[in-house]
Ligand binder design. Structure first.
Ligand code: URP
Ligand code: ZN
Ligand code: ZN
Length: 468
């Protein structure tokens, strides 16, 4: 099966040139001007379009049980939405359950991930970090699960203590795996939550007011120092606070293998959203919460200075209304108590257009930097490169054909997630994903879906945590 993508402007994290791309058996076979192919080859016309590497989103929560709640997208719906947003690979979170080993959690994740429409890898969330779990980590690394996630937040649900964090980091570091950390001081935040509720402060805004930036900074500093002692690379997920970024930058200046990620909502939204009336603010209850403009500016600065290397979505989709899919999939779980609002927001379909429109077109970052942040750097950090994250001979033919000039507006009604709202409803955007190829197969063509559930492959990743 041969496909040729003709006349596109190929943009990678370092290249920008016009050429054809010949695809054979799902991989890029040749790149060149006016490539000669037989009449059996299918042609995809990319005239006037940018040809970008398929996006790599290393922070998604599909079909995920989270305390009393459950995320609304299956692997089928979530990855279809990802594809329409120009993402062809995700690394999603598998979960150890309390009282069970990580291997069982991985098997459970694998069976759910079978319906994926794009390629998928798994990070493993570690909860009970005992000797058996540490031994399982090495087995998982051999299976291509080369990153582990620990939480210093959500006490009683996902939080581990510092000793457990250290033990897991030591095993990861010694075996070529990355440690991802959700950095917030859970116990201190818990005190603030209980005090707010005792004072009758139950609305969504108190989610933000009880999760101060200082407690993100404290846990970021702690996680990095513990990783340093453990000899492990560390990746601070969903960074939102200037003080946390300062800790990361300081560690990187000292040559520590510390990395950071932020998400579109911290780049394009601020805490004013929590003043929305009628529980509408619950849509913006994600962790960490939205911050001030000053913190937002700091995140953009971090992207420019490479103290932050990745933009991923933290797609953690919950519906707004209980009636859409049922109570446990809905923000309404916390209508009378902000601490019960499921934490997380949809965003898997809007990353690339938002970053192009609000980052590249505004001159905050270059086109190359956009590709790096959304595809190349995450692929390198998480053991997917050069199979994923670039356009090169031998790489998977995961391509996004992007019109940099098309104007449109974000509407949840046009989205493919099961969530019925968007954080960016009505936002005008210039730049749109037009076609998406997964291993040479056209899966998105304008508004048309040509992919199918089950065509995504599990990707056994290589060593993680190296230099991006
Ligand atoms: O609010 C968020 N981010 N929900 C998902 C779980 C997490 O903390 O990543
Ligand atoms: Zn988190
Ligand atoms: Zn998350």
């Amino acid at each position: 099966m041969r496909t040729i993508v003709r006349n596109g402007r190929i943009v990678t994290s370092i290249d920008d040139y016009s050429a054809d791309i010949l695809i054979e058996d799902g991989r890029i076979r040749a790149i060149g001007r006016d490539l000669e192919v037989g009449s059996d080859a299918r042609t995809v016309d990319a005239s006037n379009l940018l040809v970008l590497p398929g996006g790599v989103d290393v922070h998604t929560h599909l079909d995920w049980e989270f305390g009393a709640s459950h995320t609304a997208d299956t692997f089928g719906t979530g990855t279809m939405a990802a594809a329409f947003g120009g993402t062809t690979t995700i690394v999603d979170f598998a979960n150890q359950s309390r009282g069970a080993g990580p291997l069982a959690g991985f098997d459970n994740w694998l069976s759910r991930a079978k319906s994926a429409c794009i390629d998928v890898g798994a990070h493993m969330i570690m909860l009970d970090i005992d000797d058996a779990a540490l031994a399982d980590m090495k087995i998982l690394i051999n299976e291509g699960v080369t990153s582990f996630k620990m939480f210093t937040a959500y006490p009683g649900v996902l939080m581990v203590d510092d000793g457990q964090l250290f033990r897991a980091m030591r095993v990861a570091g010694a075996n070529g795996a990355m440690t991802c950390v959700h950095c917030e001081n859970g116990p201190v935040i818990q005190v603030l939550i209980e005090e707010a509720l005792a004072q009758g402060r139950t609305g969504p805004k108190y989610h933000m007011l009880t999760r101060p930036t200082l407690m993100e900074a404290e846990a970021t500093h702690r996680a990095i120092r513990i990783a340093e002692l453990a000899g492990a690379p560390v990746y601070c997920v969903h960074m939102s606070a200037a003080e946390a970024l300062q800790s990361l930058a300081e560690a990187r200046d000292r040559g520590i293998a510390a990395h950071g990620e932020t998400c579109p909502h911290y780049l394009f939204l601020t805490l004013e959203e929590y003043d929305r009336p009628d529980f509408d603010a619950a849509k913006f209850v994600m962790t960490p919460p939205l911050r001030t403009h000053a913190h937002q500016d700091a995140m953009w600065r971090g992207l420019r200075t490479n103290d932050i290397q990745v933009i991923s979505t933290d797609h953690c989709p919950f519906c707004f209304h209980e009636r859409t899919l049922g109570a446990k999939y809905s923000k309404e779980l916390g209508r009378d108590d902000f601490s019960k609002i499921p934490n997380g927001a949809p965003g898997i379909e809007t990353r690339l257009p938002l970053v192009y429109d609000g980052g590249v077109r505004t001159g905050r970052i270059s086109l190359h930097r956009m590709v790096d942040l959304t595809a190349t750097a995450p692929a390198k950090l998480f053991g997917l490169f050069p199979r994923k994250g670039t356009i090169a001979v031998g790489s998977d033919a995961d391509l996004v054909l992007f019109d940099p000039n098309e104007r449109w507006a974000i509407r949840a009604a046009d989205h493919h997630s099961r969530v019925e709202f968007s954080l960016y409803e009505g936002r005008p955007i210039t730049g749109r994903v037009k076609k998406v190829l997964l291993r040479g197969n056209v899966i998105v063509d304008g508004a048309m879906w040509l992919g199918r559930e089950g065509m995504g492959e599990f990707i056994k990743r290589g060593a993680s945590g190296g230099l991006a």
